[in-house]
Write a protein that binds this ligand. Structure first.
Ligand SMILES: Cc1cc2nc3c(=O)[nH]c(=O)nc-3n(C[C@H](O)[C@H](O)[C@H](O)COP(=O)(O)O)c2cc1C
Length: 160
């Protein structure tokens, strides 16, 4: 059986996605990247599922530290999302234009976001070019309950 690659691409790109900034920290090193492959995985305990590029800088940090944050962007923060997927001069450089504080688990929470959750890694699947990380939500900080940015509204695509 051969996979119809064109059909697969069209269909997988129909999956709706939000846009988030995932934050990671290892000692003095802080980093963040734009993530769209994110969903909730359980009510109790509250779990989130995120796929992370296996060759990205943040992947190893999540594996080693076993934690990550997810910041929810406002509908008008497309430019910020772009900063966090473009190459940076040095690890953490993307935060120069995005003030943050550390949450209870010591992970970056963007001050101008809707808010952020901090998660402890409880499981992972390493298979393919992204690893699927499962995190248990341990802290939640809400700044402002407004409309969130979604991938469809940006005209970008990540998927297929
Ligand atoms: C619209 C969009 C959505 C993205 N979603 C994800 C994602 O869900 N997971 C991921 O690992 N990378 C995703 N990326 C790519 C990362 O943001 C990008 O590779 C980033 O440079 C990784 O940073 P790092 O190497 O510092 O960890 C996305 C990129 C774009 C343009």
């Amino acid at each position: 059986m051969t996979l119809d690659l064109d059909a697969k691409k069209v269909l997988l790109r129909k999956i709706p996605h939000g846009l988030f900034i995932c934050g990671v920290r290892e000692g003095d090193d802080v980093n963040g990247f734009t993530a769209s492959w994110v969903t909730q995985g359980s009510f109790e305990p509250p779990l989130v599922v995120m796929a992370v590029k296996a060759d990205g800088s943040s992947h190893g940090i999540i594996q080693r530290t076993k934690k990550f944050s997810l910041n929810v962007l406002k509908s008008d923060q497309k430019e910020l999302a772009a900063i966090f997927f473009k190459p940076q001069k040095a690890l953490g450089g993307r935060f120069e234009t995005a003030p943050f504080k550390y949450g209870i688990l010591g992970l970056p929470i963007l001050e101008e976001s809707i808010g952020g959750v901090e998660c402890e890694l409880i499981g992972q699947v390493n298979h393919g070019d992204h690893s699927v990380f499962v995190g248990e939500v341990k802290s939640a900080c809400l700044h402002e309950d407004v409309e969130a940015l979604n991938l469809n509204s940006t005209g970008w695509s990540y998927g297929g």
